[in-house]
Design a protein around this ligand. Structure first.
Ligand SMILES: [Zn+2]
Length: 395
């Protein structure tokens, strides 16, 4: 999922969906072992056999859901039933476009998406989140459409989920727990003298249960963030949206105390969101060939301050700065920076790339275009010798 926390209601619903799968697995009759005593060693032997049997059965079930059309559709329908479907045509039209554009981008990076196109729907949850289950079954919360600033930010969230999907994180995460958790459970069962078979059944249920409560592996989150950035750079969406959306979470958390609405964010998300934003800032800087960066709301070009956007359109200065950063990064990446900056219909342009449309409190477009012209060709302030070398060669 995109955020660490899902609402209690959503997690319960998600659980029942996943448990539906798990229960059918644990319904398989299993031999029981006696309590501690003479049967200790026999018990362990039986337990290990049970683990192997359970593991094989679970893997089969998960593979069915993860890779077959029938299994995927089953999970999709189960999720729709449990989470509720928002049929709002405007929101669904929006998501269809985003999914279409992102799916094309993903296909350029990872053609396997063609074998497993995403099944997605908008659920009724009013908080900001999305999640991707096995089998490329994805759901976006209704709240996501209302809490984010624009389609670029929604694309950043959806791209993160597709990263989880393409890297098969849910399947990997579930199956990697088999050995550890199943074996540990047998140890507990034997030590406490309880019925190993029954306990194993519970553990199987818990595997699904835990996964939906405990956030996925942190490494998976970083990987999904990285994929989101890569995918978005294969679209026309602003690549700065990834950093911007993390900033938006941070800003929303700051105002949460004053909000009488639903509590969206867990305070423990705070440092995590900042670390994720900073990673995106770093990636975006590299994408620009280290010509552009942003810090505390100011965008820098070749080490020189270009603009500090004022807060506007419900966005903080920082959130807005990442969109300017994203446009400039795209301009440098796509070699538009040799063009002169100019103003068109109130927007600062660099070649065909729109950079910034000042409003209200911002400096004027003419002043900004002039400033950009004075700094855009200076030596990159990166300390990245590789890139400097490349630039020289290109000249
Ligand atoms: Zn995630």
């Amino acid at each position: 999922m995109f955020l660490n926390r899902i609402t209690k209601r959503a997690s319960t619903v998600l659980l029942s969906g996943l448990l539906g799968v798990a229960v059918s697995v644990s319904a398989v009759p299993m031999p029981t072992t006696s309590a501690m005593g003479i049967g200790d060693i026999v018990g362990i032997g039986v337990g290990v056999a049970q683990v192997a049997q359970q593991k094989e059965m679970l893997t089969k079930q998960y593979k069915y859901i993860n890779t077959t059309e029938e299994g995927r559709e089953m999970l999709f329908q189960e999720f729709r039933k449990n989470q509720g479907v928002n049929d709002d045509p405007e929101l669904n039209g929006k998501l269809d476009i985003i999914m279409g554009r992102l799916s094309e981008a993903v296909a350029e990076v990872d053609p396997t998406i063609k074998n497993l196109p995403y099944k997605y729907f908008i659920n009724m949850d009013k908080s900001l989140n999305a999640s991707c289950a096995m089998g490329h079954v994805m759901t976006v919360n209704t709240g996501t459409f209302y809490h984010l600033a624009n389609d670029d930010e929604i694309a950043a969230v959806v791209g993160h989920e597709m990263g989880h999907g393409q890297k098969d994180h849910v399947f990997k995460s579930l199956t990697s727990r088999f050995d550890k958790e199943l074996l540990a459970s047998i140890g507990v069962a034997l030590a406490s003298g309880s019925n190993t078979g029954a306990l194993l059944g519970n553990i199987v249920g818990n595997l699904a249960l835990k996964h939906s409560i405990v956030h996925a592996d942190k490494r998976h989150e970083w990987e999904a963030d990285g994929m989101a950035f890569e995918y978005i750079t294969h679209t026309d969406y602003n690549p700065g949206a990834c950093a911007a959306v993390m900033q938006r979470f941070i800003d929303l958390m700051g105002t949460q105390k004053q909000s009488t609405g639903e509590m969206l964010f867990n305070p423990s998300d705070h440092p995590n969101s900042e670390a994720r934003r900073d990673k995106y800032v770093k990636q975006l800087g590299e994408y620009s060939g280290n010509h552009v960066t942003a810090k505390n709301g100011t965008v820098f070009v070749n080490g020189n301050a270009f603009v500090t956007p004022a807060p506007a359109a419900g966005m903080s200065a920082m959130e807005r700065s990442y969109f300017v950063f994203g446009n400039l990064a795209a301009a440098y990446h796509n070699h538009h920076s040799s063009n002169s900056a100019y103003v068109e219909n109130g927007t600062v342009m660099l070649g065909p790339q729109a950079i910034f449309t000042p409003t209200g409190q911002d400096e004027s477009a003419d002043v900004l275009a002039e400033r950009l012209n004075s700094i855009k060709d200076l030596k990159a302030d990166s300390g990245n010798k590789k890139n400097d070398k490349k630039d020289k060669k290109a000249k």
